[in-house]
Design a binder for this molecule. Structure first.
Ligand SMILES: Nc1ncnc2c1ncn2[C@@H]1O[C@H](COP(=O)(O)OP(=O)(O)OP(=O)(O)O)[C@@H](O)[C@H]1O
Ligand SMILES: [Mg+2]
Length: 166
């Protein structure tokens, strides 16, 4: 069964946060999320929701000079590694970032990561945020998800992802 790319409409920041929370409940140790979207598209807002869904310690901030932040689990779940690759021009070697946590024990979310981090894991979710009314008052964002790799080919994973499109 092939999973079609899925789309959801996020009408305001709260909707983006809530959708992120639902996504966070699906993510497991070893998962990589490559987060794409223009400045202010809502990548950090989405990550804040994911952190709630994962149940990790906040706060999730926009890393300005810090490339990566690590958020420990509050329960038994995985860590969250939150990376902002905006200033990085080359492929990232997460090994070079002196992380305390191994990527296979954490959920790794990389803002601006497209083209830079795919080598980090054998599978990933590509999450693309867009702002259809970029110059107008409408706050709506759309989110598209594309799943890559065997991790996302099971029936369970398909059901979980499909539910995010609803
Ligand atoms: N539907 C929406 N979803 C998410 N954020 C929204 C939405 N509508 C308005 N916003 C606002 O847009 C801004 C998004 O900021 P955020 O830091 O999440 O974006 P970002 O993509 O991480 O930006 P950057 O590229 O600077 O890292 C926030 O001020 C948020 O309140
Ligand atoms: Mg951001």
């Amino acid at each position: 069964m092939k999973l079609e790319p899925l789309t959801a409409v996020l009408s305001d920041p709260e909707a983006t946060h809530a959708w992120g929370q639902r996504l966070g409940q699906v993510l497991q140790a070893g998962d990589l999320v490559v987060l794409t979207g223009d400045l202010g598209a809502g990548k950090t807002t989405l990550t804040q929701g994911i952190a709630i869904g994962l149940d990790v310690r906040g706060p999730i901030t926009s890393p300005t000079f810090v490339i990566a932040r690590e958020h420990p689990p509050l329960g038994n779940g995985p860590w969250l590694i939150h990376v902002d690759a905006y200033r990085l021009g080359n492929e990232i070697e997460l090994d070079d970032l002196d992380l305390d946590t191994a990527v296979d024990e954490a959920v790794t979310i990389v803002e601006w990561g497209a083209g830079l981090v795919e080598h980090v894991a054998e599978h990933r979710l590509e999450v693309i945020l867009a702002r259809p009314d970029v110059d107008g008052p409408d706050q709506t964002r759309t989110v598209q998800v594309r799943a890559v790799g065997a991790r996302w080919t099971t029936d369970v994973a398909h059901e979980q992802l499909a539910a995010l499109g609803a």
